[in-house]
Design a protein around this ligand. Structure first.
Ligand SMILES: *Cc1c(COP(=O)(O)O)cnc(C)c1O
Length: 354
């Protein structure tokens, strides 16, 4: 705290990211990174871009990447917005597309960055509970609001909400913007992007961090109708004209050009998720059905905090949330087969010891 701080800064409660410990031989299953490296073509493209041209600013509009994403998803480049990670895309959405006079609606168990942005941008909130199986209840999202946001699949539950229910929520709110945060959609969900053509109030956000193994490159995007994108561009160009650097632009384009690698990696994570789920269930864990690259799970006889602590002693890091209703759950990222086996072996060992 410093007397030099702007008073608004004192009120902030910043997001706390999952830790990135500087330890070797760690089985790191706490921040939903992909266990596989990016496509070799991405690394080649970044190397090729690492040259004296770095003295020049990048394309402020990211025209080529927008075109690549637009072609991939069957939309127009004018319907694509780019950001330095989808967190930045979300920040601009909160600032430019949600209305401050009514509360923003989102699930009470959801991405914990949402309330942080609300504070930063002066938005009020109304959080809506999930049902007993951690599913979103679409009928709840029919009340006065300044906007709606949900991750689909949801985080940290991993549950996917079908597109019929998404459509219901979008149609129930024609006067406000509905944002679907699809950070995990490639692991078993279905994207709402095709619906953007039908609804002028729908925004779909995706990231290259999870399913394309590029969390370190920081690339995210939104797809929505042109008028909404124009609003986002206004904020972006009042904030930072060059959010995407040359290496990020080159790497991201190459990622979309290697469809085969993308498909193999995501199928592999999905296959591993089924194995982890089976393994956990055979140890007596309850596992929420997941369409993401993580599972949300609890053991009826063991405290979540204690399990997380004991895993950590064995150099395995998972995410535990000290929050009502989920404080006995663990969110475990799907790793590669060795990591997943190490996790299951460690849990078996911990349970045996009582
Ligand atoms: C990981 C994640 C993001 C942010 O991803 P970026 O790395 O900033 O692109 C956004 N929303 C949810 C729900 C996430 O889990």
């Amino acid at each position: 705290m410093s007397r030099f701080w702007n008073p608004k800064i004192r009120e902030l409660e910043p997001y706390v990211p999952g830790e990135q410990p500087k330890m070797d031989n760690l089985v790191k299953l706490n921040t939903n990174e992909n266990p596989f490296g990016p496509s070799p073509r991405v690394l080649q493209a970044i190397s090729a871009e690492t040259n004296e041209q770095l003295r020049l600013y990048p394309d402020p509009e990211g025209v080529q990447l927008k075109k690549t994403i637009a072609d991939y998803h069957g939309v127009q480049p004018s319907e694509v917005f780019l950001g330095n990670g989808s967190d930045e895309v979300l920040a601009h959405i909160f600032q430019s597309l949600f209305q401050p006079d009514q509360p923003l609606l989102f699930p009470s168990i959801s991405y914990s960055f949402y309330p942080v942005y609300c504070r930063l941008y002066g938005l009020t909130t109304e959080t809506l509970d999930l049902d007993d199986d951690f599913a979103i209840r679409p009928e709840d999202y029919q009340r006065p609001n300044g906007g709606v946001i949900l991750p689909n699949p949801n985080a940290p539950t991993g549950r996917f909400l079908g597109l019929k229910d998404i459509r219901r929520i979008v149609e129930a709110n024609p006067e406000t913007v509905v944002v679907i945060d699809e950070a995990y959609v490639d692991f078993g969900g279905e994207s709402s992007i095709p619906m953007v053509k039908e609804y002028p109030n729908l925004v779909v956000v995706q990231t290259l961090s999870k399913s394309r193994s590029l969390a370190g490159l920081r690339v995210g995007f939104a797809i929505a109708n042109e008028a909404l994108i124009e609003g986002l561009e206004r904020v972006k160009n009042s904030f930072n004209s060059y959010p995407m650097d040359r290496l990020a632009l080159a790497g991201a384009i190459a990622s979309f050009e290697d469809e085969d690698y993308f498909q193999r990696c995501r199928q592999s994570v999905i296959g591993q998720r089924d194995k982890v789920t089976e393994g956990l269930e055979s140890l007596g864990f309850e596992v929420v059905p997941s369409a993401a690259n993580f599972v949300f799970t609890r053991h009826p006889d063991h405290s979540g905090a204690e399990l997380a602590r004991q895993l950590r002693e064995r150099s395995i890091i998972v995410r535990h949330f000290n929050k009502p209703r989920i404080d006995n759950h663990l969110r475990i990222t799907i790793g590669n087969s060795n990591q997943n086996q190490a996790l299951l072996d460690a849990l078996e060992d911990i349970l045996k010891q009582g």
